[in-house]
Design a protein around this ligand. Structure first.
Ligand code: NIG
Ligand code: FE
Length: 421
């Protein structure tokens, strides 16, 4: 088969090698090709190899010289709160001084602050803010994301947020999957009787399902937010309607959300800073991913999840960004990877698998995305770095030079194609 484009002169190509979900020793295994090429046709990878690519060339093939850069699969960020209005830098001093995140929320700040702004902001303005953030993520090499609602806390605004994400997905080039997170906080108007809000979330689930593009429901299972029993109630109805479920679990308090996630066969439990050792063992025997968010520990000045213990107990691990205005205000996904290396103690190979093939599997996209494998989408990064370890070592900067999504170049020499500055 002849390629319609071919990237050559790649110093080293690094890609996941085993079928997901990757656990234990498999999480450390990757394939490395030197002096590599990637042949692409109709947006799909048709071959990757070393040295001789002449068999894929026709006179029409567009040849792209990687000039000795390294190649990786596009990064997949399986946990973001992309769509929201405004920012919350006024909370930063309190966080610096150690005021608990949950106290800020209880005082009507935190998520509730962003909810007021998101309700008051038009679809077009939300789209503009989210597009700006999404383009930043893309420039750092993120080619697929998950985006949650949860700053509306009423049906109309939740749908507005979900429609912003869906519009961005349709506009491309980044692939976006949507998660409904009406259970992100109790809105002020239901504070006196939270049960009425929980009932309204449950009543709204069929409408969310009928949108057709939301197949996951997430709950913030946390002390003073949604209890274990409230979480179970919401997620059981969601499952019965055909949704997959996820939980923000054991982030700030050891409530047992991870264990509940295993019981509910959740596709992931996320955060897990305070997961019990017992639940780590349970998680390792389940099909539920641990989705770790080291940027949140960093920003909130909290401990980091016990990733090594999880990996030793056969837990399937993803690393994600958790981009949001209150606990992780950054779109720099390479910084998240660097934090995973420095503080979760993942090796460069483990980080790569935890931000590509494992999250592809979590988002039900591993047939299309997550590795540089023939038959999959040509979502490819070229990075100005001598090797994979260098990306974890030289921190805080952007190593991504070029990004291709479905074979189309969308970032060229660090500039997003078509973006006006
Ligand atoms: O994943 N923990 C709850 N939700 C977000 C934070 C949202 C916010 O503070 O706006 C998180 O960290
Ligand atoms: Fe989150």
């Amino acid at each position: 088969m002849k390629a319609d484009s071919l990237i050559y002169n790649i110093k080293t190509l690094y890609t996941p090698i085993h079928e997901p979900p990757l656990r234990g020793a498999n999480l450390r295994a990757i394939k490395e090709l030197t002096n590599a090429y990637i042949a692409v046709k109709n947006g799909k990878i048709i071959a990757v190899g070393e040295t001789d690519y002449s068999q894929f060339l026709s006179p029409e093939t567009k040849k792209i010289d990687a000039k000795g850069k390294i190649a990786l699969p596009g990064f997949i960020d399986a946990h973001t709160h992309l769509v929201h209005a405004g920012s919350r830098e006024e909370e930063f001093a309190a966080i610096q001084q150690g005021v608990p995140y949950l106290d800020i929320l209880a005082g009507g700040g935190g998520i509730i602050n962003t909810v007021s702004k998101t309700r008051a902001t038009s679809f077009v303005e939300l789209l503009t803010q989210a597009r700006k953030s999404l383009n930043k993520m893309l420039s750092y090499g993120v080619t697929t994301i998950e985006a949650k609602s949860g700053y509306g806390l009423n049906l109309a605004t939740e749908i507005k947020q979900l429609q912003v994400a869906q519009t961005l997905h349709q506009q491309g080039p980044v692939h976006i999957t949507s998660t409904y997170m009406g259970a992100h906080a109790i809105p002020l108007e239901h504070k006196k009787n939270p049960a009425t809000y929980i009932n309204s979330i449950i009543a709204d689930l069929p409408t969310i399902k009928s949108l057709g593009y939301v197949d996951v429901v997430d709950v913030f299972c946390e002390k003073d937010v949604f209890s274990l029993s409230e979480t179970e109630k919401i997620l059981t109805v969601a499952k019965n309607l055909g949704f997959k479920v996820r939980l923000h679990a054991d982030e700030l308090e050891a409530l047992g959300g991870a264990g509940l996630g295993v019981k509910l066969e959740a596709i992931s439990v996320d955060h897990l800073i305070n997961i019990s050792d017992k639940d780590i063992v349970k998680l390792g025997q389940s099909n539920t991913f641990a989705c770790l968010l080291p940027g949140t520990s960093f920003y909130l000045q909290k401990p980091f999840a016990k990733a090594r213990m999880m990996i030793d107990n056969n837990v399937a691990v993803c690393v994600a960004g958790d981009y949001n205005p209150g606990s992780c205000p950054t779109e720099n996904f390479q910084l998240i990877m660097q934090l995973a290396a420095s503080y979760l103690k993942l090796s460069p190979e483990e980080v790569l698998n935890a931000v590509t093939i494992n999250p592809a599997h979590l988002l039900n996209l591993s047939n299309q995305k997550g590795s540089l494998t023939p038959g999959k989408d040509a979502d490819i990064l070229l990075l100005d770095a001598p090797n994979l370890a260098y990306i974890m070592y030289h921190f805080g900067i952007n190593h991504v030079n070029d990004v291709f999504i479905k074979g189309k170049q969308v970032v060229k020499n660090k500039r997003i194609e078509g973006e006006t500055k």
